[in-house]
Design a protein around this ligand. Structure first.
Ligand code: ATP
Length: 284
């Protein structure tokens, strides 16, 4: 079943020279699955994620034929309605939780506040629910974490707390923008496992934005590959390594491989033409 359908999405930034198109006619749909968006820095991954929630800052402009959440077009919604969608139906987790948590407020108070915003209930109930959410993201000592301040948390803990907060309203869709790139590998695995469980247990749709092709091919069901604001290829994640588009192949070839030492880094030409550029210091 389609949760989200995006048709012909453009994100434009007017500037002195004219208009810069950060996203150029992107279309895709999302079911109860883990959909990866990969591409190099600046390819428009984050702007695509943010545009869905209409979180593009001025002077940026979002245009599309539609961005439909279960058939309801979000593009025409008044801002007050959109705020409810953001809080309750689609949540977004960013790379660095430190920017999203209030540094001078205890973590427990922040989670409870988020819960009380969405539910008419007692403080005791909100507290019980907050502890439950922290346990759901594998925090073993939730009572201690509730009393702590954000700076007392490691990156992995902070990220898990953010995910817990995002899950309080039980969203249909979670957009995770490089959620694990600041974490070390073992913590990264834990955070991915948590998100994986949520997709399976709650039937959530996940948009997982990353520049890490190996991670996406392991973790996601399907992948969109973006280049210069466009989707250049869509494939099943486990087939990513057989992808056909020259750009995708270029991304794959630039991954370090222990079994294939290489002298050259592939460089993509805008016209999808290939060239081999010598690595600095190498003999051409
Ligand atoms: N406020 C802005 N004004 C003009 N251009 C912008 C603005 N914000 C982003 N862009 C441009 O939009 C393009 C897409 O940016 P986006 O953040 O979506 O890339 P990305 O693929 O997510 O890259 P990264 O992995 O580095 O986050 C980039 O070329 C960026 O420079």
């Amino acid at each position: 079943m389609t949760l989200l359908d995006v048709q012909n999405l453009w994100v434009k930034f007017p500037n002195r020279q004219g208009v810069f198109d950060a996203v150029r006619g992107v279309s895709f749909s999302l079911g109860r699955e883990r959909l990866g968006i990969v591409g190099e820095s600046g390819s428009g991954k984050s702007m695509t994620g943010r545009a869905i929630l209409r979180l593009i800052r001025k002077p940026g402009i979002v245009q599309a034929d539609h961005i439909a959440l279960e058939g309801r077009n979000l593009l025409n919604l008044p801002e007050v309605e959109m705020r409810k969608v953001r809080g309750q139906q689609i949540s977004m987790v960013m790379q660095d939780p430190k920017f999203s948590l209030n540094p001078v407020m205890r973590i427990g108070d922040q989670i409870m506040e988020a819960y009380l915003l969405h539910n008419r209930t007692s403080k005791a109930q909100a507290r019980a629910k907050s502890l439950e959410m922290l346990r759901a993201v594998s925090i073993n000592d939730p009572e201690r974490v509730m009393r702590a301040y954000p700076h007392e948390m490691s990156g992995g803990m902070g990220q898990r707390i953010m995910i817990a907060m995002m899950l309080i309203p039980d969203p249909k869709i979670l957009i995770a923008d490089e959620p694990t790139s600041a974490l070390d590998v073992s913590v990264q695995r834990q955070v991915l496992d948590i998100m994986d469980g949520l997709v399976k247990e709650r039937g959530m749709g996940l948009i997982f934005i990353s520049h890490d092709l190996n991670l996406v091919s392991e973790f996601c069901d399907r992948v969109l590959i973006m280049y210069a604001g466009q989707i250049v290829e869509v494939c099943d994640a486990d087939k990513l390594h057989d992808a056909q588009h020259p750009y995708t192949q270029g991304l794959l070839q630039s991954l370090p491989r222990l079994d294939q030492p290489r002298k050259y880094l592939p460089v993509l030409q805008r016209e999808d033409d290939w060239q081999k550029a010598p690595i600095a210091g190498d003999q051409a």
